[in-house]
Design a binder for this molecule. Structure first.
Ligand SMILES: [Zn+2]
Length: 137
């Protein structure tokens, strides 16, 4: 099931506006990435190049256990290039399940916003170049 309108708020609002200035998500048949949902023992995950392409899988059980909006926003963070940081506080989106099931924050903190804006400052091509540089390819 494609649920591209159910992107995590308020990282991304239903109108497609995101809290990071350089990104605007639009719903469409030619989407760069999609949301799916179902049951998977691995939990939710993002299958992505980290540059806006791929898909996000949302596991039903995990989304009952953890705040669903936070899970969705977190996985979207991966699509936008953010890595996991499980040791971080609840105020960080990418700390994921680290702070426990009571954490309901679905907003990236200032550092995470800055990181995404930096990666996407000059658009997708520049973000790609930067990432390939970083990985030494
Ligand atoms: Zn993660």
């Amino acid at each position: 099931m494609t649920t591209s309108t159910q992107a995590g708020e308020p990282l991304i609002t239903r109108s497609g506006n995101s809290s990071v200035a350089n990104i605007r998500l639009q719903q469409g048949s030619n989407a760069d990435f999609r949301y799916y949902e179902g049951n998977d023992s691995r939990g939710s995950y993002a299958s992505t190049d980290g540059h806006g392409r791929g898909y996000i899988f949302l596991d039903y059980r995990q989304n009952q256990q953890y705040d669903s909006t936070r899970v969705t926003a977190h996985e979207t963070g991966h699509v936008l290039g953010l890595p996991d940081h499980y040791s971080g506080p609840c105020s960080e989106l990418m700390s994921g399940g680290g702070p426990g099931t009571s954490c309901r924050n679905a907003n990236p903190d200032a550092n995470e916003r800055a990181r995404v804006n930096q990666l996407w400052a000059n658009g997708l091509a520049a973000a790609m170049d930067k990432a390939l540089e970083k990985s030494g390819r």
